[in-house]
Design a protein around this ligand. Structure first.
Ligand SMILES: Cc1ncc(COP(=O)(O)O)c(C=O)c1O
Length: 358
């Protein structure tokens, strides 16, 4: 891939924020773009200024939501260099999502090179503040301007980056989760295992409804029987039994295969926990919370890494976990994972990709 580098206009550069990073509303000065057409394949790879796109109102993505994205982070290491965390897995998932949405695959090495080159150029934007990081958002959209319902013949692939603050501002505090009894997120055979915008659009109404009830996240049940636990908001979920055993829903095709989830499975086993992927019946799970067998519940995903769940609401009743406190297994996994991600702990699984900065 020959990437054209367009110099920035120094007079318009945004300053690098040093605090108040927020989440996803500040972006570095550059972005990566490349275009695809049936005739030319991928072409016009460019690292240039972060700027708006001009798109025809008939552009396919606006009407039929043919789009995919990824989410990963770059972490500042104690030696000043920068770590990516399992970027190869993100790349594979990006192409799996592309296949499901009838979009062209990107060259895996080119995609990774684009991210590495962008992070290198914008290395000052990787915060050197505990818990903060540089969020990386690769995206692909259908760009053909035509209203016929068919797969687009042209696409735009872009990568933007921006600093994000620590997910937990007031310590490692639990979240409240409502179990959606009526609405479903994804169905087997549908697009739940792809990272595509429509899955998120369909979740927004429920997210707003549960927020009004005082909960911050939604737990989704399977769409066929409304009985098996799938995911929590934009995170996978896991249950700790008696402080020793970690149980997470098995991948059925309607669950996003999270990279944090896969890391928790590998790391959990390495740390001596029994880790099981299984179908989890919501009624049995709630009974196990009431009887005290479930000692912790946590969500896992790139944004929070590990997010303890303090209570579930279901059909008007609350089920409180561990007296609404975070527990030792969640904290253990959080410390180990963030330690590896930031290079504070040895990377014994070969999960990190270090970008050296001068
Ligand atoms: C629906 C959904 N489930 C799970 C996850 C967790 O995946 P990962 O650990 O790869 O961030 C995410 C976030 O990316 C998500 O959007």
């Amino acid at each position: 891939m020959d990437t054209k580098i367009i110099p920035l206009d120094e007079s318009t550069l945004k300053p690098v924020p040093k605090e108040d990073f927020g989440f996803g509303d500040k972006f570095a000065n550059r972005m990566f773009t490349q275009r695809y057409s049936v005739d030319q394949g991928w072409h016009d790879a460019t690292l240039g200024p972060y700027q708006p796109f001009t798109l025809d109102p008939a552009t396919a993505v606006f009407h039929y939501a043919q789009e995919i994205f990824e989410g990963t982070k770059a972490y500042r290491r104690p030696d000043g260099n920068i770590n990516l965390f399992r970027p190869w897995e993100n790349m594979k998932r990006f192409n799996n999502s592309a296949a499901r949405m009838s979009m062209p695959a990107v060259e895996e090495e080119d995609h990774l090179t684009a991210i590495v080159d962008l992070v290198k150029l914008e290395h000052e934007w990787v915060p050197d503040v505990p818990g903060a990081s540089l969020y990386i958002r690769p995206t692909m959209i259908a760009t053909e301007a035509a209203l016929g319902v068919h797969s687009s013949r042209s696409f735009l692939h872009f990568v933007i980056v921006g600093p994000v603050g620590a997910y937990f501002k007031g310590g490692f505090s639990p979240v409240s989760v409502y179990i959606s009894d009526h609405y479903r997120r994804a169905v087997r055979g549908g697009t739940g295992a792809a990272k595509t915008g429509g899955n998120y659009a369909a979740s927004l109404l429920v997210a707003e409804e549960v927020r009004e009830k005082g909960y911050s996240q939604v737990l989704w049940l399977d769409a066929v029987e409304g009985r098996y636990v799938e995911e929590v908001g934009a995170m996978n979920v896991a249950f700790v039994y008696e402080g020793k055993k970690i149980v997470t829903p098995e991948l059925t095709g309607s669950i996003l295969p999270g990279i944090t989830r896969s890391s928790v499975i590998t790391l959990g086993r390495d740390l001596g926990y029994e880790v099981v992927e299984a179908r989890i019946d919501v009624h049995e799970m709630l009974a196990d919370i009431e009887s005290g067998k479930v000692t912790e519940v946590f969500g896992c995903g790139t944004a929070a890494v590990i997010a303890p769940v303090g209570k579930f609401g279901f059909q008007g009743k609350d089920y409180v976990i561990n007296d609404f406190n975070s527990g030792p297994v969640s904290k253990h996994l959080f410390d180990e994972l963030t330690g590896i991600q930031t290079g504070r702990l040895e990377d014994r699984f070969g999960w990190t990709y270090t970008i050296e900065v001068d």
